[in-house]
Design a protein around this ligand. Structure first.
Ligand SMILES: [Zn+2]
Length: 124
């Protein structure tokens, strides 16, 4: 088993709002969870990529395009990431308190989906 580094996470809600005030910030955060040592292509493990206009990561070696949200709870969502982060934060804070571990699991690994707990639907 490879040891995973603990990711930094916001200490309180104020900091949370600061960190994740735009979708780009959310994407950057997801990126560091998914690829802590930089981009790795899921097909060929290549490290060189360019980013498409649709925020997909295009592998230069094998041309596979992968999304930062592939395989996570955010994958099928058309809502903004910012909104999901907000909901996730509130849920985690209510349930267990937010820790680096459960927040990064929630964001990166789709814990909600695996455990069959649906996020509340939100009208925007
Ligand atoms: Zn590749």
């Amino acid at each position: 088993m490879k040891k995973r580094e603990t990711k930094p996470y916001p200490k309180n809600f104020e900091e949370f709002l600061d960190w994740f005030s735009t979708d780009d910030q959310c994407i950057k955060y997801l990126f560091t969870i998914k690829w802590p040592n930089g981009f790795v292509c899921p097909r060929c493990e290549g490290n060189d990529y360019w980013e498409t206009k649709r925020k997909l990561y295009h592998c230069i070696s094998c041309n596979k395009q992968t999304s930062i949200t592939a395989g996570t709870v955010f994958e099928d969502s058309r809502k903004s990431l910012r909104l999901w982060f907000h909901v996730a934060w509130v849920m985690m804070a209510q349930k267990t308190g937010v820790s680096a571990k459960n927040l990064s699991e929630l964001m990166g690994l789709g814990v909600i989906r695996r455990h069959g707990v649906g996020l509340p639907s939100i009208e925007v």
